[in-house]
Design a protein around this ligand. Structure first.
Ligand SMILES: C[S@@+](CC[C@H](N)C(=O)[O-])C[C@H]1O[C@@H](n2cnc3c(N)ncnc32)[C@H](O)[C@@H]1O
Length: 287
């Protein structure tokens, strides 16, 4: 369905996202992949952040069966985790979304150390659904063993484990813990993105886009920062829409979107992009 309001797809708007989303019709977005400011950890050049208004607007603009992926972590203040992430998730549920999944974004490398606790190496990826998800293209991974072998089947009263020849599957669906390298050389294939202090990995955005949408669907990031979600939506043949309150970050996003295709593609596994788009399968290896 085309959005009939003033806002056009395949564009970035330097706007407060609540104001931006108010200009959208109901039920026009297939997927949102976004990450809000985490408590007051960073100064994002004067943002105003109201997660309740954002949740309500996201519910209104999301199509039936559409998904919102909300990537968020908690600040630790004097040894006390804020749990803002949970507060926000509970509010999304109140706003009407199903909490379809609570996934983990595991960081393979993290510099943050605490002397009296284990090093924090994850953030949450709340997957909110407006009803039942319309699309699910599960990302698969190879199983450790495949082929034919003796497989145990249900023991009867005699307690003896019986075996029958069966075929082990060659691949299985990923778990809901996704691990990514972060930082320079890990998160992104271009260096422009690092003009923003808190990007998430391109692979993370792409994996969600491939999982919850098909080609031609509309992907929103209402707080798009350096534009990671929009860049990956464009590369995977989806329509994108970004709102960002800082003009400087909008420029970063526009620069990333205009990079020649060659520079825009992740260095490793470039070939898989085309395979993935045509097969609608795994875009990047995870883990
Ligand atoms: C965690 S960053 C997002 C980073 C992004 N995922 C990326 O990979 O570059 C959050 C962004 O939200 C923006 N922001 C905060 N409040 C906003 C609002 N009300 N409307 C639009 N953008 C907002 C901030 O300026 C910041 O760039």
């Amino acid at each position: 369905m085309e959005n009939k309001a003033k806002i056009e797809f395949d564009r970035i708007y330097n706007l407060d996202c609540v104001k931006g989303m108010r200009q959208l019709d109901d039920n026009v977005i297939d997927l949102t992949v976004t990450s809000p400011p985490y408590d007051s950890i960073r100064d994002y050049k004067g943002y105003k952040f109201n997660y309740k208004s954002i949740a309500k607007q996201l519910y209104r603009v999301t199509k039936k069966g559409g998904i919102v992926v909300w990537v968020v972590g908690d600040k630790i203040n004097k040894g006390n985790k804020s749990l803002t992430s949970f507060m926000q998730a509970l509010y999304f549920q109140k706003a009407g979304f199903n909490v379809h999944d609570v996934m983990i974004y595991q960081k393979k490398n993290t510099p943050f150390m605490r002397s009296n606790a284990y090093t924090n190496a994850y953030e949450f990826m709340f997957v909110f659904a407006k009803g039942t998800p319309r699309v699910f293209n599960p990302i698969k991974t190879k199983t450790a063993r495949s082929g034919f072998e003796g497989l145990p089947y249900n023991k009867k009263a005699d307690g003896i484990n019986k075996k029958a020849i069966g075929e082990l599957k060659k691949e299985k669906t990923l778990t809901n813990i996704w691990a990514y390298a972060v930082g320079l050389g890990g998160s992104t294939s271009d260096k422009i993105a690092f003009k923003h202090p808190a990007i998430f990995p391109e692979k993370l955005a792409a994996d969600h886009i491939m999982s919850w949408t098909n080609e031609g669907d509309v992907v929103l990031d209402p707080m798009c920062g350096s534009g990671t979600t929009c860049k990956m939506a464009k590369l995977t043949g989806r329509k994108y829409l970004g709102f960002e309150i800082s003009n400087e970050y909008c420029e970063v996003t526009n620069q990333r979107l205009q990079l020649p295709a060659k520079e825009n593609k992740p260095k490793a596994k470039t070939r898989k992009i085309t395979d993935a788009v045509s097969n609608n399968q795994l875009l990047f290896a995870v883990g």
